[in-house]
Ligand binder design. Structure first.
Ligand SMILES: Cc1cc2nc3c(=O)[nH]c(=O)nc-3n(C[C@H](O)[C@H](O)[C@H](O)COP(=O)(O)O)c2cc1C
Ligand SMILES: Nc1ncnc2c1ncn2[C@@H]1O[C@H](COP(=O)(O)OP(=O)(O)OP(=O)(O)O)[C@@H](O)[C@H]1O
Length: 318
């Protein structure tokens, strides 16, 4: 899959494709249905498929403090789009210039001049352009004028309710990982590189790998039973996501995982944390001793959760 960053990097060979536009946060089952249809149309027309996404996402541009937490960072999103068979992603910086484009200008600049779109696939509620004025009726008219086709994919529902990123966030916030998995079509996970922490974990009898969250806000907080994927192997573990109120911190959210029965150096490695079960909320403890006891109880609970499950790994890393 090819990534093109910005309209200025589109070349004449990129013209002629089938396209869809959106945030695709989490690449959930609703998104996957659109992507499947997109791939079918690409094969029928013999042209590549292209997904137009925005970074930051529009709501992060308009209201960075109150925008919903991200289900996926750009890297994960790209991985899942590639897995869905997308040939090309056009990633547009959502900035003042882009927000001021009218729906008609967006169609002309991005879809017609930029991509030479042959077919556009969208969800039935899709809206775009300044003040979200571009809806399906608008697109159909533009399509007729410019000589491309447009189709509204059927809404994907589970239990009679539309699958949406908001619904996934709600499932995660309430610790309902089975429902989140149903909506996403895969378990909820966060990937990232292991950074150096404050090295307090060892004093707490629980060395932890600190996963870089960059500036992304995360849709969950608390202590969880997790599994960790690392170099194609899975490990059982326990994780904390939060601001760590018991130790002096910078107020930003951290994701830390303690791998059960693991010895080895994880610094700099990229790992994936898969969430299975919420154990408790994060708490402020009055002393490190109290925090140490709570963490050791979490580890016992995680062991119980994983009792009977075999993880195929050796006790360290090469
Ligand atoms: C299973 C687990 C549960 C945790 N629970 C809490 C908690 O409830 N409150 C808190 O302030 N920190 C909690 N922490 C975070 C610890 O404060 C943190 O691991 C410690 O500060 C070590 O940080 P470091 O790796 O940066 O040295 C938890 C960590 C783990 C691994
Ligand atoms: N459940 C669904 N069924 C069908 N299409 C969907 C569904 N959810 C989103 N889409 C479509 O996927 C495309 C990209 O979605 P995007 O993430 O921008 O929209 P969205 O409606 O804001 O998603 P969400 O509500 O999940 O955040 C859009 O065309 C949108 O209409």
């Amino acid at each position: 899959m090819q990534l093109v960053r910005g309209l200025q990097n589109l070349r004449s060979q990129h013209r002629g494709c089938v396209a869809t536009i959106g945030n695709f946060d989490g690449v959930h089952r609703g998104h996957q249905a659109i992507l499947k249809r997109l791939r079918e149309r690409a094969l029928e027309l013999g042209v590549p498929s292209c997904v137009v996404i925005f970074e930051p996402q529009p709501r992060e541009f308009f209201a960075p403090q109150t925008a919903p937490a991200r289900l996926s960072r750009l890297r994960d999103k790209l991985e899942w789009l590639a897995a869905a068979g997308v040939d090309r992603v056009l990633c547009l910086a959502f900035n003042r210039r882009l927000r001021e484009l009218s729906a008609a200008e967006f169609v002309q600049k991005v879809l017609v001049d930029g991509l030479g779109v042959r077919h556009l696939e969208v969800g039935d509620d899709f809206r775009f352009g300044c003040d979200r004025a571009g809806d399906f009726a608008f697109l159909s008219e533009a399509a007729q004028r410019e000589g491309f086709t447009v189709e509204a994919a059927r809404t994907v529902e589970i239990d009679g309710v539309r699958v949406s990123s908001t619904r996934v966030r709600q499932a995660l916030a309430s610790g309902d990982f089975a429902h989140a998995e149903q909506l996403l079509g895969r378990p909820f996970q966060i990937s990232g590189r292991v950074l150096h922490g404050q090295k307090l974990g060892r004093q707490l009898d629980a060395p932890t790998a600190n996963i870089q969250l960059k500036r992304c806000r995360v849709p969950l907080s608390g202590v969880y039973t997790v599994s960790i994927e690392l170099q194609g192997r899975a490990w059982p573990g326990v994780a904390n996501i939060g601001v760590r109120p018991s130790v002096a911190g910078d107020g930003s959210a951290h994701l830390e995982v303690h791998l059960l029965d693991f010895s080895g150096d994880l610094y700099g490695r990229r790992l994936t944390v898969v969430f299975h079960h919420k154990l408790r909320d994060e708490q402020r403890f009055a002393s490190l001793d109290a925090l140490r006891s709570a963490i050791s109880a979490d580890i016992v609970a995680a062991r119980e959760y994983w009792a009977g499950v075999t993880f195929h790994h050796e006790s360290g890393l090469k």
